[in-house]
Design a protein around this ligand. Structure first.
Ligand code: GDP
Length: 516
């Protein structure tokens, strides 16, 4: 059922007080969150302040030292009374809290036993265990943030590198939301003009300037397309940019991967399977997360096991945004390179770099000049590593990628390669604060909005009448156009949660952890 935020609020936001552990395991401190109309009373039932004053007398934004006690907070010496922990309690008063409700945060020692005991006591005192994401859902329902911002909270907590962090932070601060708010205003204008047309259509008053309508709709379409276009980048950053490292055995792929990882290695994830050759590794380079897949290369073979490896390599290449072809610089010959590049079968949207490795083997290097630039750049800054023939071939303007001469072993040329990698992800948009769409749900809503705008434009271009479909066939009546405009508004509204269903909300917030 579709409903406005206010209705969801009335139906879902009940009078229950919820509690959950907000911190992870293993820390020195654990924080238990309590939120709801009875948050302070529930906390008072388990907490005895050193000051002797109950929390019910405490103002918002105050912190209180004391003890959590089991067996009643009836003062020292009370029968069966057991001190569970010494804690700090922060008090928040509605609406000045994360959820917009009265809320309490209990900071205790980070023992899972203590945390569980305190939670148990709070529940005994009348709180209910919170569902996943329930605190953030309440924040959304209370109008503290819109849906896109609420989703960004989950991304922010999960952010593992600088780019992900900026993406989530921008969305949480309302980057995407404000871009959508601008669009909404224009759509409302468009709808108003169409409705005027409807109201006066029968009297044959031509006043809504069709040119103006079209202009408005085109502007809206362009903005939606712009937002949609940011998704590929936003999603890559969110998931990690996929890079396939391809090359013959012993070309130095693993050594290169290790060298790139350096100190910034985030985590190693072996992909399960029988194969010896497909390992995905997440490495943060220049603040951007990359997912490197080390592959077996594409050598033609009769060996069954190797054939399976080749299939996996093909799969990894298909999924990659960036492909790094690693070759032994000593052995690399033009025909070989050409053949290997051709075998990759890259698409237009993929980026290629050929990495000529082991240049340290080939005589003295000019240490000043590690980089060899992109397509068309003149090689020859590295003395003697690569044959003149190979250099000339790379210099040809039609080479479809970038070339680097490196030594994975000594680190020579790696900085230039890292810079190039970071350059494949355009993070400039972030620096200028432009909204970047990263959620698949948002992208889908934008796509639907864009389809509806397309229909509006087709209707406007085909000419339209106030009440009936025009004879020209492609034109739409203004009431149908107005319906399409409302549909665009609906899809955009579903991103920020202005218009949403309780099922959608449930699905979104259930993906959160408990305590968020
Ligand atoms: P892979 O099969 O492509 O993963 O290749 P490895 O990374 O296992 O490297 C194969 C061999 O080449 C190893 O003995 C490496 O030490 C060596 N190697 C890798 N990179 C370099 C390099 O830049 N210079 C030199 N001299 N040896 C290298």
């Amino acid at each position: 059922m579709k409903t406005e935020r206010g209705e969801v609020m009335r139906s879902n936001l009940n009078q229950e007080t919820i509690a959950a552990l907000a911190t992870g395991r293993g820390g020195a401190i654990g924080v238990i969150r309590v939120s709801g109309p009875d948050a302070v009373a529930v906390a008072d039932a388990v907490f005895v302040a050193r000051s002797g004053k109950p929390l019910s007398e405490a103002a918002g934004y105050t912190v209180h030292f004391g003890e959590v006690v089991a067996g009643g907070s009836g003062g020292e010496g009370a029968l069966g009374r057991e001190v569970v922990d010494e804690v700090l309690v922060s008090v928040f008063r509605a609406p000045h809290s994360y959820t917009g409700e009265d809320a309490v945060e209990i900071s205790c020692h980070g023992s899972s036993y203590i945390e569980a005991r305190i939670l148990g006591l709070l529940i005994e005192a009348g709180a209910r265990a919170a569902e996943p994401g329930e605190f953030t859902m309440r924040a959304f329902l209370a109008g503290k943030m819109d849906l896109a911002q609420a989703e960004a909270v989950a991304d922010l907590i999960a952010a593992g590198d600088r780019a992900q962090h900026r993406l989530a932070m921008d969305q949480m601060k309302g980057g995407v939301s404000s871009a959508l708010a601008g669009l909404r205003e224009e759509l409302v204008q468009l709808a108003a003009l169409l409705e005027l047309e409807l109201d006066f259509g029968e009297e044959d008053v031509a006043f809504a300037d069709r040119g103006r309508l079209k202009e408005l709709a085109e502007g809206i379409e362009a903005e939606i397309e712009r937002l949609k276009a940011t998704f590929e980048q936003g999603n890559a950053i969110r998931e990690g940019v996929a890079v396939a490292i391809v090359g013959r055995p012993n070309a130095g792929k693993s050594t290169l991967l290790n060298a790139l990882a350096g100190d910034e290695r985030a985590m190693v994830s072996d992909i399960a399977g029988t194969t010896r050759d497909r390992i995905e590794e997440r490495v943060v380079v220049g603040g951007v997360g990359f997912r490197f897949v080390d592959t077996a290369g594409l050598r033609a073979t009769d060996d069954e096991l190797e054939r399976m490896g080749i299939e996996r390599t093909r799969d990894a290449i298909r999924r990659a945004r960036v492909v790094m072809l690693v070759m032994d610089a000593v052995e690399a010959g033009v025909c070989d390179i050409e053949a290997q590049v051709a075998e990759l079968g890259l698409r237009e949207d993929q980026q290629l770099c050929v990495v000529l490795n082991k240049v340290d083997v080939v005589g003295a290097l000019d240490a000043e000049s590690g980089s060899v630039g992109s397509s068309g750049a003149v090689l020859g800054t590295v003395s003697g590593a690569v044959s003149g023939e190979v250099q000339a071939w790379f210099s040809a303007a039609d080479f479809p990628g970038s070339v680097f001469e490196i030594s994975a072993k000594t680190g020579f040329g790696l900085d230039a390669l890292r810079d190039w990698l970071v350059g494949t992800v355009d993070v400039r948009g972030f620096d200028s604060g432009a909204a970047v769409v990263s959620g698949a749900r948002h992208f889908e809503a934008l796509s639907r909005a864009s389809d509806a705008v397309g229909r509006v434009l087709a209707g406007l271009r085909g000419g339209f009448s106030a009440s009936e479909v025009c004879d020209s066939g492609s034109g739409l009546s203004s009431d149908l156009l107005a319906a399409e405009v409302r549909e665009v508004l609906h899809h955009l509204g579903s991103i920020t949660g202005d218009i949403t269903s309780s099922e959608v909300l449930g699905a979104i917030f259930s993906k959160f952890c408990i305590g968020k």
